[in-house]
Design a protein around this ligand. Structure first.
Ligand code: COA
Length: 337
């Protein structure tokens, strides 16, 4: 019997809103400092979308670039990972598909916080392995200012906005660019560690009756930090074993850009040298579900990901949810930024 097809990375794109927001702009309204944000989070600036630019707009822009990078003008499904959809209902992905000229294809959102992109690529890989789809566009996009309280110093300095996207196509399991086995999981007992309390089915009240701030993200940052390091380290180790690799084989660690201290702690625990851990948190902040595809695009564009590199991807976020997988970087893949 033939092995099921693998999901092979054939296109990569990113879109960042042009407006740069340096720490100094946040310091003007928050009790914080440029030094604190740089030292404790590792961010110098982030991008914010203009008020009339939504998650769907950014997803469509990044998706178009990923399809251009792959040299394709159609896909069988569009998956959008986001925690900041354009509306609570309907999902944003069908609108993105329509905007891309793909009206009629299957399209849905994936809500798995900062792990959403890897959850979505895993779902795409399953669609490809089952023969349901031959080519899938997977996008991660976030407009975090729609859910972050600009007056909360515990969350406002962390998050940035943008979108990244990949095209995955059916191919042989050992092809370069084929996604490896996934290690993933969740812990809903800590659902309240990163939560937007209002606006859903629990606590059904109007905006005017909701406790102040309940339409914004509440986060127990310190606790999230500890779980992020523990879960990302364990998932990354297991993904390497599942791929049949050993940790010293890993040429590049592509970790969710949550906080520079988190990614450094994970890399240290795994024994991956700092020089093998591409990073863009300094320039774009924590872009949640957009973080991994944005980092892939930036690292590829900078020549930090070379054909044949063994790449380990890992993410962690609200849910709590985490995921890790592997791939060998393919030749001939040009990111469109
Ligand atoms: N500016 C200045 N001081 C701040 C601050 C800010 N923006 N935010 C918190 N502080 C203060 C706290 O009040 C505290 O002061 P105290 O010691 O007098 O009580 C001190 O800094 C340390 O606070 P703590 O919360 O322990 O800081 P931290 O080092 O854990 O950093 C986060 C806070 C939020 C940056 C960090 O915990 C983090 O990045 N967590 C993970 C967040 C994340 O990635 N979430 C997304 C999902 S992956």
């Amino acid at each position: 019997m033939r092995a099921p097809a693998a999901a092979v990375l054939t296109g990569l794109g990113a879109w960042l809103p042009p407006r740069r927001v340096p720490n100094s702009e946040l310091c003007a309204r928050l009790d914080t400092s440029d030094q604190w944000i740089r030292e404790r989070i590792g961010i110098a600036e982030r991008r914010f979308a203009e008020p009339d630019v939504s998650t769907g707009d950014m997803a469509a822009a990044a998706g178009a670039r990923a399809m251009d990078s792959a040299g394709v003008d159609t896909v069988d499904a569009v998956l959008l990972a986001t925690s900041s959809p354009d509306h609570p209902c309907p999902a944003t992905a069908p609108w993105v598909a329509d905007r891309l000229g793909l009206t009629g294809v299957a399209a849905f959102d994936v809500a798995a916080g900062c792990s959403g992109f890897l959850y979505a690529t895993t779902a795409a890989a399953g669609l490809i392995a089952s023969g349901t789809a031959g080519r899938v566009l997977v996008v991660g996009a976030e407009t975090m200012t729609s859910i972050v309280d600009p007056g909360d110093r515990a969350t406002a300095p962390i998050f940035g906005e943008g979108a990244g996207a990949v095209v995955l196509e059916a191919g042989p399991p050992h092809a370069e660019g084929a996604l490896g086995p996934v290690v993933w999981g969740s812990d809903g007992s800590l659902a309240d560690a990163i939560v937007v309390p209002a606006g859903g089915a629990r606590g059904r009240y109007g905006r005017e009756q909701a406790p102040r701030g309940d339409f914004h993200v509440h986060m127990r940052g310190n606790e999230v930090f500890r779980h992020a390091v523990r879960r990302m380290t364990a998932a990354a180790r297991d993904a390497v074993v599942s791929a049949g690799w050993e940790m010293p084989d890993v040429d590049r660690l592509i970790a969710h850009q949550a906080n520079q201290r988190i990614t450094t702690a994970v890399a240290d625990a795994l024994g991956v040298p700092a020089g093998n851990c591409p990073s863009n948190i300094r320039e774009v902040g924590n872009t949640a579900a957009a973080s991994l595809p944005l980092l892939l695009a930036h690292a590829a564009d900078r020549g930090d990901l070379k054909p044949g590199h063994k790449v380990l991807l890992v993410a962690f976020g609200s849910g709590l949810a985490w995921a890790a997988t592997t791939l060998v970087w393919p030749a001939g893949l040009a990111a469109r930024l």
